[in-house]
Ligand binder design. Sequence first.
Ligand SMILES: Cc1ncc(COP(=O)(O)O)c(C=O)c1O
Length: 418
Amino acid sequence: MDWFEEYESEIRAYSRVYPVVFETAENAKQTDENGKTYLDFYAGAGVLNLGHNPPSMKAAMIAYLEKNGVLHSLDMMTVAKRDFIQAFVETILRPRNMDYKLQFMGPTGTNAVEASLKLARLVTGRSHIIAFSQGFHGMTLGSLACTANEVFRNAAGVTLDDVSHWPFDNHTGGGLESLDTLRALLENTSGGLEKPAAFLVEAIQAEGGVNVASQEWLLALQKLAHDVGALLIVDDIQAGCGRTGRYFSFEGMGLEPDIITLAKGIGGAGTPMAMNLVKPEHDRHWKPGQHTGTFRGQNLSFVAGREALRFFEDDKLLSETRAKGEIMREHLQKLAEAHADKGYAVRGKGMMQALDVKDGALAKAIAHDCFEHGLLFGPCGVGGQVLKLIPPLTIPEDELLAGLEIFSDAVHRQTEAN
Ligand SMILES: Cc1ncc(COP(=O)(O)O)c(C=O)c1O
């Protein structure tokens, strides 16, 4: 432990909340170097939708390494990349009648968001972006300008320009009427609000506190974007790749985003990858090499990511996700009812479910209690008051129930102690 405290930067965050050294992991379990096993209801903040070390991906990566498959290739063509592209088109895009180009960039979510903003600005010749309250889009300056949380924004050290934040659907001041107000401002030549290059939105705000936008609101936002000549960018970096019980978090809502940002789960096994889905009419605005990145397209991620796509060849995993999501929701609902006087709220979709305990200090105490009893998860939302549970979609039902039990006990204990 001393090595971390003495030599690793003060920037450490999760390692302070979970002060053990992890050594091995399998599906929904993570074991520390002293042999204590934890149930993982955090899943790498949405990276490990298919669990830790999924056997099929592990085997494919080992085989790839053994045959000296090319590991690094900048954005050159490789067999691994072709296999991934083909599988993504055949498994995800074609069955959904979706016509998009696949753009790879540096392998983290913020890279995907940066590329989407840059393209929207190129396409429209405008600079202004409209993002939403409590949105989270990453830490590099362009994405950070769209991220709402002031703790992160204050670390920028420069002004974060060219972005306005409007209230998200179900936040104070939000909803359909508020989009009407926004429209009135944008359509009034003396409204004072610059027409945007894009609206950047999460259909379900994950870090922002598990806020689920309604279909109506998202469709109204899409219409507004079209009417004012702006692009609609949906950031599906955390809520996508199956998390909600559909491949995309907004699926089935009649939405056709101009750009969809993906990262986290797309690499399959925790192997980093980011990828934007871009409507071809916008993609043609890129000049070759205009947005580069040394690690755009890691072959091990393509190999693991290709295996991950096999989980979506039929509806088995997704229907299990919806069923397990129901179990989670019922469990949280009972907890909220048991403490009805506290006004706890349950929110979520599929296997992203959360209990809002309306108190950051209490949320912290619950997370610590869970950790002591062998369950990992991460609070989110304003002041960290929302307990977000995102176990791997592949978690066996008995482990899901065991984790929920630990969670309930901790909520009861800490609520009573509070
Ligand atoms: C919705 C969303 N967008 C973007 C990001 C940034 O991704 P990364 O941390 O990989 O840069 C995150 C990370 O949590 C996210 O949840």
